[in-house]
Design a binder for this molecule. Sequence first.
Ligand code: ADP
Ligand code: MG
Length: 552
Amino acid sequence: MKGNIGVTSDNIFPVIKKFLYSDHEIFLRELVSNAVDATQKLKTLASVGEFKGELGELKVTVSVDKQKKTITVSDRGIGMTAEEIEKYINQIAFSGAEEFLDKYKDDANAIIGHFGLGFYSAFMVSKQVEIYTLSHKEGSKAAHWSCNGDPEYTLEEIDMKGRGTDIVLHIDDDNLDFLEDAKISGLLTKYCKFLPIPIAFGKKKEWKDGKEVETEEDNIINEVAPAWTKKPSDLKEEDYTKFYQTLYPMSEDPLFHIHLNVDYPFNLTGILYFPKVKNNIELQRNKIQLYCNQVFVTDSVEGIVPEFLTLLHGVIDSPDIPLNVSRSYLQSDGNVKKISSHITKKVADRLQEIFKNDRTQFEEKWDSLRLFIIYGMLSDEKFYERAEKFVLFKNTENKFFTFEEYKTLIKDNQTDKEGNLIYLYANDAVEQHSYIQAARDKGYDVLLMDGQLDIHWVGQLEQKFEKSRFVRVDSDIVEKLIRKSDEPKVELSDLQRESLTTVFSSQLPKLDKTEFIVTFENIGAEAQPLVVTQNEFMRRMKEMSAMQGGGM
Ligand code: ADP
Ligand code: MG
């Protein structure tokens, strides 16, 4: 039988070939994930009793034939009848692709995932595509479909032994590099490493008598149950570390992990890691990998996770992130916004939890953590509010304080004339060493603010904290600080007390108090400890009362 694929333009294939030029490689992801889907569907049917046959070994096999210039993706899934090919391939797959093309013709660069292109993407690298398939349904006839790159196709009945589907791509001359084993194996590792059905590519190799030889055993390229798909309670600390090493081989172990698991109002799983901070933070950015049902989509997650969290590493998997849309659309999507703020909250909660349960560990890791936390506080108001409880000040003695603790520490000791709290800070412990020493000698505490973002942070805190100023330790304000303990105290002798009592009671006859508290008003930065003789003291008292309009 011959037929015509329901596309409107005369020949849509050249268009699609050009269109996704830079992303040709996704054809393999699309075909392998279709094969995985078909296999999962069969497993589901078996589990509800609708499929009663032998499941057999369920795996997907990818093979390359360099002579014939073909790539074949085979599965033992549900297969298709001829009618199903008509429906799912000729109508749905192609109409989907056409619609997709129409919508995004002008927007090619803005698209992230190119999901939705599906089966059709095979034509990006092929001059001919064939389907050999036998449905799982009892008594089905096997079918062969072939299409050589124009809207015409052939569909015929054939003989075929095993259930399932083989998709055969006849690679066109522009794409022969896809016939290299290394290329295919690289793509499978990139896109299919965590798919839930075993994927075989070639045979395992072994060293024998100094030579590498092929074994009988399949070379399985994926891990079918990656850590993020498991329950946190089934995982140990080392499982998280091991998974981190799978994602980023040879890197230093991370500081903490956060296991994400949401099923309402959107679906999201994943594991995020706080990496050890290197000098060049830009190199660490955008390491989070985005998956959709265990299929790798992209490692560029801007717009999905909040900007400051693009410094984290790990995996996010969500079928609810629209993937075939432009970034600007993504940022305005309701689900994506919810996902983004959920992640922020989770990260803050986790930090809070570690801080509460293991403050020592938190302090030990502070130097690496501070960049995320302070970046987060600066860029996300909600995060600031959450972080207030666990963010730490570090002083020049390497001691750590929460905001509350630090305020308590300095509130009696570091104010200016107007009663503002003065936070002294150094931004270079070595260069400002003598100033730090001088301030500490006076009994003041000095914060160490030598981080990359601290200048901005200080600016932010000055805005946020009421009646507070942040002052560099080498500024002259330090000289003018007031310490409550510096305020002159005068110890009265019994005689002084008696005469004062007389003085005051004569001036304030209606007051029946006989106890007085004499303090010297805040007389400013020039305050010197006051040593007065008894006569001098009486003279001052007289002067004071004269100023109030009375005599003595
Ligand atoms: P999607 O996977 O998003 O449905 P595709 O264009 O990738 O879109 O595939 C279209 C349809 O073709 C699938 O929904 C499925 O019904 C059918 N199909 C594709 N590949 C296979 C396969 N290997 N086995 C069985 N059915 C398949
Ligand atoms: Mg598909």
